[in-house]
Design a protein around this ligand. Structure first.
Ligand SMILES: Cc1ncc(COP(=O)(O)O)c(C=O)c1O
Length: 461
């Protein structure tokens, strides 16, 4: 946290935001042209609401290494990295070679291939869970993991952390961090709040949320749910939250969560869709040394191809092995994704690659903090391995409540625009963070820190 922060002039922030909006519009006429055509047939001109941007999105043509290229002719340092999928960097030679080789051998049979169990063997070793299944996305992974936990326990309720995102299926589109929901109820009995329309109220009510970094509150809520006859089947959580910026677990918290869930017979699922692969070969399990009953993976697993995975103990996965749960999917274990996942695990995400990510991330964190300190700018940086963010905040963020209380949404928005106009992109949204790739260099870090310092100087001038 910056020791003594200067007050932020809101009028100045609004002026800078308007100026940067105008500049972006002036420099992206081709994107606007494409948007007009795209939105005739593609809703909002994009394939996912998370790609939507007002007044229009910027369209891209290709990526190479740490850079992506817009239709407007800009070369941009990519810290967005496909919401954290591209920790390998764009068009990594080993991944490109694998795609070429595998595509000539056929890309889909819906029959097993060797790469699938070789990838499973790597994941079993790295994440310390013996049994695996593959799917196509993070949402599929968390949906199936929850179903497996329900079948295993014979219960229906889901416990999650308020503010965490686990995909777009009904069980978990509840009490997310992307929105300021206003009154969320008392800390020991948060409301279950649907994110968007179309989610049955009965399903929303099955999912309860508790604050992150507060084990006593979690245990109290579990006891209350038991009293109400609604003991949850599982707790699904990120061991380090990556959907409220980055929020690290306080010392002892994950150990306490492990103990509480074990004591109550609740399946502990670490959703490692963001933390897995990107923070260590064995993700948060390796980083924090706490072993859950289940893990879900996706995003960076297959080097930019769609793939997800569910790992679990032998005992939990028995409900799948015995045929009690149908864990299925036509494209599951797709040969192309399995081939790139294998290459990524064996050739790209090596110990040296993690060392490189850690070094660059440590540099970025230290230099952003130094800039903030130098100018008395409010906020602090937090990160782990390839991930991190600058928290534009006047207090420490440890959970959803402190995120809503302290985070400065206007500065987040300005920073995103400011960066893009200076050739740096991060994932859009107040709840997102940066992801480095193994192909990032010190020059990319220089550019990010430079853009940040320019903005800080202008805001505090
Ligand atoms: C932690 C977490 N779980 C699950 C998902 C859903 O993954 P997908 O978008 O691949 O369905 C996400 C996506 O951002 C995520 O961050």
């Amino acid at each position: 946290m910056t020791p003594a922060s200067v007050p932020i002039d809101r009028r100045r922030v609004a002026e800078l935001t308007e100026r940067e909006e105008k500049r972006l519009e002036q420099e992206t006429p081709k994107s606007y042209e494409l948007f007009r055509r795209a939105s005739e047939s593609l809703v909002n001109g994009v394939s996912s609401t998370y790609q939507r941007r007002d007044p229009y999105p910027i369209y891209f043509t290709h990526g190479k290494g740490s850079r992506i290229y817009s239709v407007d002719g800009h070369e941009i340092c990519d810290f967005h990295n496909g919401f954290g999928c591209m920790v390998q960097g764009h068009a990594h030679p080993a991944i490109v070679e694998t795609i070429k080789r595998r595509s000539e051998l056929g890309t889909q049979f819906a029959l097993p291939t060797e790469d699938s169990f070789i990838v499973a063997e790597h994941l079993a070793k790295n994440f310390r869970l013996p049994k695996w299944r593959f799917v196509n996305s993070g949402s599929e992974a968390t949906m199936d993991a929850i179903r497996i936990a329900r079948a295993y326990t014979g219960r229906e309720g889901v416990l999650k952390i308020f503010g965490s995102y686990h995909g777009h299926h009904d069980y978990v589109m509840v009490s997310l961090g992307v929105a300021d929901f206003g009154d969320i109820g008392p800390r020991d009995n948060y409301k279950s709040i649907s994110y968007g329309a179309g989610i049955p109220e009965a399903v929303v009510e099955m999912t309860s949320a508790v604050p992150f970094n507060d084990a006593p509150m979690m245990e109290a809520r579990i006891e209350r749910l038991i009293e109400e006859g609604r003991k949850p089947a599982c707790l699904i959580m990120e061991a380090a939250m990556m959907n409220l910026g980055v929020v690290l677990p306080e010392p002892g918290y994950l150990e306490a969560v492990r103990e509480i869930t074990k004591k109550h017979g609740i399946v502990l699922i670490f959703d490692e869709v963001k933390t897995g692969i990107c923070t260590a070969a064995g993700g948060a399990v390796e980083r924090f040394g706490v072993i859950p009953d289940m893990v879900t993976l996706a995003k960076a697993l297959a080097g930019g191809l769609p793939a997800g995975a569910i790992g679990a103990t032998e005992e939990v996965m028995e409900v799948v092995a015995s045929g009690k749960v149908f864990q299925v999917g036509t494209y599951s274990g797709n040969p192309l994704s399995m081939a790139t996942a294998r290459t990524s695990l064996e050739e790209v995400m090596t110990p040296d690659a993690y060392q490189h990510l850690n070094r660059l991330n440590d540099r970025l964190i230290a230099e952003m903090d130094a800039v903030a300190d130098k100018h008395g700018f409010p906020g602090y940086t937090v990160g782990i391995s390839s991930k991190g963010c600058f928290n534009f905040a006047t207090g420490k963020i440890t959970d959803y409540e402190s995120f809503i209380k302290y985070q400065d949404v206007e500065l987040c928005q300005l920073a995103w625009l400011y960066n893009l106009n200076r050739g740096v992109i991060i994932a859009p949204g107040r709840e997102e963070e940066w992801t480095l790739s193994v192909q990032h260099t010190d020059e990319d870090i220089d550019r990010y820190v430079g853009a940040f310092e320019d903005m800080v100087k202008e805001v505090t001038a």
